[in-house]
Write a protein that binds this ligand. Sequence first.
Ligand code: AMX
Length: 387
Amino acid sequence: MSNDDPVLFEIRQSHLNTGLRGIPVGTCRTSAVSPESGVSYGGYPVAELAELPSEDVIHLLLMKRLPTPLEAKAFAADLRRRASVPPKVFELLAALPREGHPMEWFIAGLLYLGMTGKTGDWMEDALNCIARTSAIAAAIFRIRGGWGDPIPPRADLAYAANFAHMLGAPEAHAQLPELLRFFHVLHMDHGGGNLSTFTGKAVASGHADVYVSLAASMASLYGPLHGRANQECLRFVKEVGTSEKPKVEAYVRKLLADGGKVFGFGHAVLRKEDPRAKVQYAFGEKHFANDPLVRTALALREIVPPILMENPKISNPYPNVDAVSGSLLHAAGLKDDNYYTVLFGWSRVVGIAAQIVDERVHMRDGKGVPIYRPRYVAEGQPEKHLS
Ligand code: AMX
């Protein structure tokens, strides 16, 4: 380190055992999270990207630019070409215990794909893995959920529409493919330091392959404090159980008085309503205005922020990305919230894979980030001897 190397952060004793919170550890080439404007990918606000096909945004995160129309067509065709999975992976899924959480199934599926189809090239494996996770995620819904055998992809459908087709959800609403398209885009990436992304990059820093690294990142996403938030938010909306505003207000005030959390509100970084929530609320208002859960979520959007503002400790009283996503998925026919983290994982695999490629192939002028090795300070271990 040279003397003209600027100091970004001063580590103090009080920073220890805080989960690296706020401590800069690297640079991120895919996305940024601003307290005022929320997430952007490659500089584009995510709410604008939510209008694009998944394939264009996958291209943006991996190649660091949006494709031209010609490139977009070729890239979408390339992903479709890579999408087939060995049929035996479905036998593996069918043999897994139903008691296993869908995320445990997803992790098993990723590991199987890696055992059968890796090339050892970071970008190739990232592309293959992104192309193939749709079949795995859809098969988990079908096999574990008892919907029937996996449905093969179609050559004429775009990425997200194909996923909706492979899901074959028995109660699917006509808007499900469109909901899945922008859900996918909105959840693909979220800066470099969220737990699942950090885990995936850390595992890849030991030169484990893309599949194993993504499986590890999905293990991080599985936790209730991370990827299970949209499931928890839907459960909260169900508990509120009404969209009548005085009743919603009374429910929220009692919950807070009892020390509870208003799920779907607040954020560690953002200080405004999450633009990802805005996109989803607009969709809910347009297509599901009569759905009871969506109506409750819309009532909460109006009623909760002024109440949370009464507590000066709360840094952000506004809705976050999970405030309405579960209610929309439910309204569109995906009723079982146990599967929602798989949808989050299906999306987040894109950003994590892109960041793994960056750390392995681009950082430090192509040398890559070395194996992760933060320092831990020994505690409570005075020198001792056996005799
Ligand atoms: N309801 C009740 N209390 C809340 C609150 C909420 N929605 N949001 C924040 N607070 C409380 C915190 O618990 C904390 O209390 P404490 O000092 O007694 O521990 C205090 O306000 C200050 O918290 P903060 O600095 O505003 O937020 P944070 O960075 O510590 O936590 C978050 C952020 C998301 C965990 C928190 O807002 C929360 O628990 N929200 C509800 C759960 C939720 O919606 N989770 C989904 C997160 C979405 C996501 O990021 N994926």
